[in-house]
Write a protein that binds this ligand. Structure first.
Ligand code: THU
Length: 160
């Protein structure tokens, strides 16, 4: 028997240290949460996707009285980007969330389904997607969707 270890490096820094190239996508994610439709959870999530051509696409969570019919902010933004700009790779996604007390103090962790969808985009465009998680006092930055989903199911299994 062998024990193996998976190690994932990520960055964490205060808001004022966000790189210039990511400032706009971070701000857009915060803005996007304003238009969330979250009457059931009161948990308003904002996501913003930065495309390779510089365009920024905003999304937010869209809830439904039939709960499973809703969709997370990340997938709203990403599917819109993929649907309307199918030839433009995704460079980064910034995500934040507000509860009834304001911006959350722990960076929001994208759900499993969103991680899987982010991974598909990464595979599709053969380009790593930076994942930027924004909390009240800190920002966490992963360099790739695969870092959020080690040992993932992906297209390579279907080709074997
Ligand atoms: N939600 C997101 O939009 N993104 C996440 O990463 C986590 C959860 C939404 C789904 C639902 O509308 C609300 O947050 C509570 O789960």
């Amino acid at each position: 028997m062998q024990q193996k270890t998976i190690q994932i490096a990520y960055l964490t820094y205060p808001h004022q240290e966000v790189s210039e190239s990511l400032q706009q996508v971070v701000q857009s994610a915060i803005e996007a949460s304003d238009y969330a439709y979250a009457p059931y959870s009161n948990f308003r999530v904002g996501a913003a996707v930065l495309l390779e051509n510089g365009l920024i696409i905003k999304g937010n969570n869209q809830e439904n009285a039939a709960y499973p019919s809703g969709l997370c902010a990340e997938r709203v933004a990403l599917f819109y980007a993929n649907a309307n700009y199918p030839d433009v790779p995704v460079k980064a996604i910034a995500i934040t969330a507000f509860n009834t007390h304001g911006m959350i103090s722990t960076p929001v962790a994208p759900c499993g389904s969103c991680r899987q969808v982010l991974l598909e985009s990464e595979t599709r465009y053969q380009q790593a997607i930076k994942i930027i998680l924004i909390a009240k006092d800190t920002i966490v930055e992963f360099q790739s969707a695969a870092d959020l989903l080690p040992n993932n199911f992906n297209a390579s299994y279907l080709k074997a």
